[in-house]
Design a protein around this ligand. Sequence first.
Ligand SMILES: [Zn+2]
Ligand SMILES: [Zn+2]
Length: 187
Amino acid sequence: MSLAIALFLGALTWTLLEYCIHRWLGHDARFRPNVFAKEHIRHHSQGDYFAPTIKKAGAAVVALVLVTPPAILVAGTTLGASYAIGLVGFYVVYEILHRREHTSRGIGPYGRWARRHHFWHHFGDSSKNHGVTSPIWDLVFGTYQAPGVIVVPERLKMQWLTDPTTGDVHDDLRAWYELRRARRAAA
Ligand SMILES: [Zn+2]
Ligand SMILES: [Zn+2]
């Protein structure tokens, strides 16, 4: 097995973990309470909330410590360490991608796809599209849903969604996103 394959398998393992943690720890009542669900429910209800970086870094270190020894035992030092680096490295990619989906306007074609996939989970159907970096495991487990027009409640709107002068959804995003404005009390 080459180094590249070991790195790839590590990254692929992360995509499966990403799916399982999000779907079952984050959204399945049978596994609550748990630390991830607490943070994740807050992420859904506040929109711009992310668990503190120190907690994420701690989780990455724990994962590295748990995964590396058995991987080295099975595949030898170089390949085992490469597998562990692929897994934790792709976890970092996931964290950056997820944050940018929420916070950045220009994120390229892959970022735009990933963002629609993820915001359909946030605002369309939270029992669908648990994968963030890829749709692979949603397709495997039958939870993939092609996003329709994503209706974003005004309270949870992302900075990049609207034109700051008019408050309306940017022209180039209107085919994909709509804003649901809060009802104002009648005067
Ligand atoms: Zn999110
Ligand atoms: Zn979720």
